[in-house]
Each structure stands twice: as C-alpha cells, then as structure tokens.
Design a protein around this ligand. Structure first.
Ligand code: ADP
Ligand code: ADP
Ligand code: ZN
Length: 223
C-alpha cells in the first residue's frame, strides 16, 4: 500500500487539499501543495515569495521555471521517500512534461492521476467559505466543514484561523479561467498514461474520500 506517487488535478476549490490531507495518513505519503509552499514563501518574504505574490493576488499562474525548480527539490526530501500527492502541480503542459522527465530521472514511477471533477457553479461558494487553522493548516468551510467544537481546530486545538487573500469572488473568476485554459489540457496530456481516474467531487467529503481510497488501493505504477 505504501510508496504511492499521485497527481491530484481539479479546479480551485475542488477539494484537492481537503482530500490530500486525509490521504496522507491513509497511505503514509506526503501532501505537496505548491500553493501552500508559495504562501509560506510570501509570508517569509523570500525572493520567491516576492516574485509570486502579485501573480497569486491576480489569480494567475506563477512561472513554470520557478514551479519546476521548487518541486524538483522538494521530492528529494526524506519525507517524500514513501511517496507523495502532488496537490496543485502540474498546472501547465510544460510543468507536466518537466515532471514526467524528472520523475523518470529520479526513478520515481507515477501510480495515478486523479481528476476531482466539480462544476464551476459550485466553486465560488466553496472558495469564499474556505478557511484554515492558522497553526496546522487543517482546512474548513463556513457551511460544509465546520470544526467539531466551534472555534477550535479538530487537529491541533488551536483557536486561530486564517483566510487566503485570493479567496474572494473577483479573483476566483481569474483562477477558474486559468484552470480551464492552462490546466485542463494537462488532463488530456496524461490520458496516454492510462492512469487517469475521474472522481465525482460534488459528493460529500467522506464519500469522496471513500471513492479515492478504493481507486488508489487498486492503482500501481505497473498499471
Ligand atoms: P482545493 O485544494 O482543490 O482548492 P479545498 O480542499 O481547499 O480545495 O476545498 C475548498 C473548500 O471546499 C474548503 O473550504 C473545503 O472545506 C470545502 N470542501 C472540500 N470538499 C468538499 C465537498 N466534497 N463538499 C463540500 N465542501 C467541500
Ligand atoms: P487552489 O487549489 O485554490 O487553486 P492553490 O493553493 O493550489 O489554489 O494555488 C494558489 C495560487 O498559487 C494559484 O492561483 C497560483 O497563482 C499559484 N500556484 C500554485 N501552484 C502553481 C503551479 N503549479 N503553477 C503556477 N502557479 C501556481
Ligand atoms: Zn490546527
């Protein structure tokens, strides 16, 4: 069951982060969210963060060169030795091609590409209601996923929460446009691997997790 390498595709607000956090424990593999990495760089004020901030606030995509460099270094870290779930990468065809070649070079075969499919009309509400624990990053939603105890993080007990600067109704429009124009073609690109699975992301959160676990238990790099 261990050693899985999975790519999570899906629109902004589709549920990638929520599901990836759950699969980390189930399969003992690391969630690699390029959005989280970029937000950490912005908060830390690094050179990468300075370059990424305005692009993210506009709902556009950070350059392929920066993103490919970031992921290439990240998968070499020891916490990825058992495998990883890529959440938010690749988002363009050049990123997909670079990923395939770097995984081949590093001897890291791909097990599955998952498309979490959710229609646009559900995404604005998902995104504008999203918040997360300020301490551990656990994701929540104003309507669909409130903490079990009001105001207290289920995972770590923290009472501080945060919302993303780009989770507003205006930026969502640009992000959805970027998804359809630049990221959706990546799914067609992966079709030839025979490893793409489409999951209905409109079901409730527990049902989506159950569907994912059942697919991933069966999928292996061998086919
Ligand atoms: P992504 O990482 O794909 O951008 P998230 O996992 O952050 O998406 O989910 C976006 C918001 O929608 C979050 O607030 C999350 O709690 C909520 N959410 C995730 N999956 C579902 C679902 N199946 N049904 C309803 N709300 C969901
Ligand atoms: P969501 O899942 O809601 O779309 P993310 O947290 O994955 O949001 O990404 C937030 C922002 O970070 C994106 O709108 C984009 O500006 C930037 N970003 C994240 N991943 C990538 C990537 N692979 N390529 C280019 N930009 C990225
Ligand atoms: Zn927490």
């Amino acid at each position: 069951m261990k050693g899985k390498r999975i790519i999570f595709m899906g629109p902004p607000g589709g549920g990638k982060g929520t599901q990836a956090q759950r699969l980390e424990d189930t399969f003992g593999i690391k969630q690699l969210s390029t959005g989280d990495m970029l937000r950490a760089a912005v908060a830390a004020g690094t050179e990468l963060g300075k370059q990424a901030k305005a692009v993210m606030d506009a709902g556009q995509l950070v350059s392929d060169d920066l993103m490919i460099g970031l992921i290439s270094e990240r998968v070499d870290q020891p916490d990825c030795a058992n495998g990883f779930i890529l959440d938010g990468f690749p988002r363009t065809i050049p990123q997909a091609e670079a990923l395939e070649s770097l995984m081949a070079d590093k001897g890291m075969p791909l097990d599955a590409v998952i498309e979490l499919r959710v229609p646009d009309e559900l995404l604005v509400e998902r995104i504008t209601g999203r918040f997360a624990c300020a301490k551990c990053g656990r994701g929540y939603h104003d309507t669909y996923q409130r903490p079990k105890v009001e105001g207290v993080c289920d995972a770590c007990g923290s009472t501080e929460f945060k919302r993303r600067a780009d989770d507003n109704a205006e930026t969502v429009v640009s992000r959805l446009e970027a998804y359809h124009r630049q990221t959706a073609p990546v799914l067609a690109h992966f079709e030839k691997t025979g490893k793409v699975h489409v999951v209905d992301g409109t079901k409730d959160i527990d049902q989506v997790t159950a569907d994912l676990v059942s697919i991933l238990e069966k999928s292996t790099a061998a086919g």
